[in-house]
Ligand binder design. Sequence first.
Ligand code: BV8
Length: 260
Amino acid sequence: MNSMRNSDEQELIHLLSMARRVFVFCGAGVSAESGVPTFRGMGGLWEGHRVEEVATPEAFQRDPATVWRFYAARQAGLVGVQPNPAHHALAAMEHHYPAFLLVSQNVDDLHERAGNRQLVKLHGSLMETRCTTHGTVTALKAPMPLPQLERGELPRCPQGGLLRPNVVWFGEWLNPDHLLRIEQFLLAAEGEPPGSLLLLSIGTSGQVSGGYGFLELVSALGGRTVEINPEPTPFSKAVDLALRSPAGELLGRVWPQVGR
Ligand code: BV8
């Protein structure tokens, strides 16, 4: 096992050393070692509700207080949580590579706190609200207070507009500006030397929207593809290299051998 692990890690180091344009696609697994439960880790449930049923515009329309309690509980879960070695390695990569883009499905703020700026938050941010009347986005300094929500008092803007979490719900479209930025970043790889473009798929099960087709696009552009996930996923057979390791433990050990 050790020898197999080392040869895979040597291959990862080689790919990371050859790359010039690195595209990282993250899921909830990147925050797992920080103690933030993944949806699969929660068994896809919250207070007995299926997450896919709570994180939807219909649920918010029907019962905004329950949906707000779901988000307030997750906001509270972020208090005291710290970025882990995977977040720190991704922040270091941003400074190391001539071209780097981190696309995360995570709604926590751990990538920002680790220092990433070339960052697309595909599914929005847990610690932001958006006014359903005026569209104003506001950063939250603390979790939404649960007692207020328990009393059925809903958060509103100064003009009385109902506030929602600034996240993308199941059944909602992504921000087209995000997709445009991703496409421009990847298409810029055309004409660059082979081996420049590298996709790292880290901590995502690929269940949501089938992974948005990013892996297929990178492969079509001749890029190399790597998956870091302790479990197999629908991507595992398609990538060039699948590493069955927790992201923080692996990147914390491997990145310093590349990034010097
Ligand atoms: C859209 C914000 C169209 C809210 C979230 C195509 C195929 C299938 C379905 C669809 C499809 N197209 C559209 C759909 C419908 C729908 C959908 O996906 N439904 C699901 C139920 C199948 N999709 C949508 O509605 C999306 N909209 O696609 O619009 C479109 C397409 C293209 C271009 C424009 C428009 C919008 C979906 C957004 C949902 N909102 N978050 C909130 O968080 O409350 S998604 C939410 O779930 C999180 O963001 C999270 O990323 C995601 C998945 O949760 P998890 O399972 O926890 O995380 P993940 O899947 O990443 O799995 C965890 C992984 O980590 C596991 O593999 C585990 O092994 C691994 N792991 C664990 N520990 C570690 C680890 N890995 C590394 N290290 C570790 N230590």
